[in-house]
Design a binder for this molecule. Structure first.
Ligand SMILES: [Zn+2]
Length: 177
């Protein structure tokens, strides 16, 4: 057991040393196992592969909880240019998004938009794409989702936060603006 824990510490050191290095995260999927077990802070590289992003995301289960943390960490690391992320943008094809809500960032698991009103046209950019593109959004939306503890929630959102949620929910459907 002692040997194992020394080994674990060494592995942790290696992981921390390469933390945030896209090459390392992608090449060594085993890191995700460490991530699940020890909750290591991992900033992920942003996926720009449109083929991958065009897939419909699978429903997330409690085994995917660690993705929520990776999303929040990656959002924090990209705060200067990003207000929301979907899990497929960091390489996990699961229906999990995170949103910068102004005062705090929050996660929505398996989000479904159940109500929308106040249609308008706008242009949006995306961290996975170059430039801005036209899209249709709604000023008020209602969403069913699970929170980070997998508890059922229902929320009403408007304005910019609603727009971010709509953009990220589109990602979970494989829709890239
Ligand atoms: Zn996007």
């Amino acid at each position: 057991m002692l040997l194992l824990s020394v080994m674990e510490k060494l592995l942790l050191e290696v992981v921390r040393k390469f933390n945030g290095t896209a090459f390392f995260c992608r090449k060594f999927e085993v890191l995700n196992i460490f991530n699940k077990r020890w909750g290591i802070f991992l900033i992920k590289d942003i996926v720009k592969d449109v083929m991958f992003l065009s897939q419909k995301a699978e429903m997330a289960t409690e085994d995917d909880k660690f993705i929520a943390r990776d999303l929040l960490d990656t959002l924090k690391a990209n705060k200067d240019r990003c207000v929301g992320l979907a899990a497929n943008m960091i390489g996990y094809n699961k229906a999990i998004i995170c949103v910068s809500g102004g005062l705090f960032d929050f996660v929505m698991i398996n989000p479904v938009i159940t109500g929308r009103s106040g249609k308008y046209e706008t242009e949006e950019g995306c961290l996975s794409l170059i430039g801005e593109r036209k899209c249709v959004r709604y000023n008020e939306i209602e969403v069913d989702y699970l929170d980070v503890n997998f508890e059922r929630k229902h929320g009403k959102y408007s304005g910019f936060v609603a727009e971010i949620i709509q953009h990220e929910v589109d990602h979970t459907k494989g829709v890239v603006i």
